[in-house]
Write a protein of this length. Sequence first.
Length: 513
Amino acid sequence: MAREPAKPFPLIAQPGVKRDGTQLEGNAYIEALWCRFQRGRPRKMGGWREMSNSLSGPVRGCYIWSRSGLSYVFSGSSGSSGSLEYIQVDPAGMATAPSDYTPAALVTSADNVWQFDAMWNAGGANTALIAHAAQNLTEIDNATPALVYYGPIDGSGSMATTTQSVSGGAVVLPPYLMLYGSDGQVIWSDANSPATYGSGDSGAARVTGAKIVNGLRIRGGPANSPSGLLWALDSLIRASYVGGTAIFGFDTVSGQTSVLSSSAMIEFDGLFFWPGVDRFYVYNGVIQEVQNDYNINYFYDNLNQAYRQKVWATKVTRFGEIWFFYPHGDSTECNNAIIYNVREKSWYDAGVGSPGSARSSGYFSQVLRFPTWFGTEANNVSKYQAFQQESGTDAVIGGASNAIRSYFETPDMSFLTEGPMQSQHIGEDRNTSLDEIDLDFVQTGDMTVTYLSRKFPRSPDVSSSETFTATDEVLRPRVQGRFLRLRFESNVAGGNYQMGKPILHIAPGDRRP
């Protein structure tokens, strides 16, 4: 009997990487490392460049402020030598040596977690950096209070104490500084005066029974600005300016939420995202669960719960991404990140084992073109690195460029599973024969394609691979398998790729014996 001719099928899968469930149950990509999705298509994530390798650390909180062509990158570290430092970074990403800005009264601790903000200080006629370091790293509900500090944000003076101590942190709701902590404690300063409490517009309230661990500004209406959100361990509370003798009013948005980490809240275009202890939330005026059918079990089942307070959130706005870094498996530091792509409405992850996933804190791009992230591992002189992320395609360390491995793996192609081929031979148990691939990549450097086949869903893979260049037009692998999938990989210095719509020429192969 003559073999049926191959038919062309575009390589199309749902964007994202599906880690939950089995390989056969979906039509999304099933494996990836340092790969993101744009316009529904996979592409390699950006590289990074070392800006500084002499910071105290590990960094457990950061803040960036810019003026006159310089960005001040503040980093708060934990440990016995914990400190507050800053580097000055120019628009090209070149950084100065660190300057110490540690408050004289700081209590150093391996458990210190930092929160920062900035506000106008009328008494000093300057913008003030607000800094708070509390011993919350091993216990999110730790009740030990810590002083809140302020000082000129250009480093021209020294940090002074506000005389106020709280266990949670601080947020600026201009022109007020609001502090929060255990037992629903909220304290706010007089207008434009981070050190004035007990007079003027200053005040205090107890707004819930649980500890408040973080706060962020939100948009308020004409009569209730400034406004903010306060995350307590069991609730989300909205603070709104009301004036009069009360100054602020508080209402509970929900009294049945949870918080996984005090560093894991992030705003994206007016929406606020964060992980609870067993699901992800978004606030857009009301609280909703963020649907995640791709990797919610992968995240919570592999999270090292003893180090949940090291989970932190940031965003890569160019690609519409929210990153939640976390310690995976037995790791005690962040070594992976799951990513929600707001534009694609899809989930994927950076990948365990990628050096780009080993980050302890970071700040998104604003004046600086690229995000700034901090490494988790000390170098040979016990110092830590600051990286300019999304820069180029390689890992540039000490001036040397190193390849970054990146790959993605398609879902299984089979006449028995979901996909365009199924309707051609419904009910037929045939091998999938891949005769040809018409390549469609924007590509720099050589890439490798690996052909992976299995006889049964739980059988080990049989694999073969070949390399293709940026000028190759077509591959003719002549491979077949009952379940067949492809892995495309880049692992050369300067390597980069974006996949378009490769055409696979597929025919029914041998019948299952």
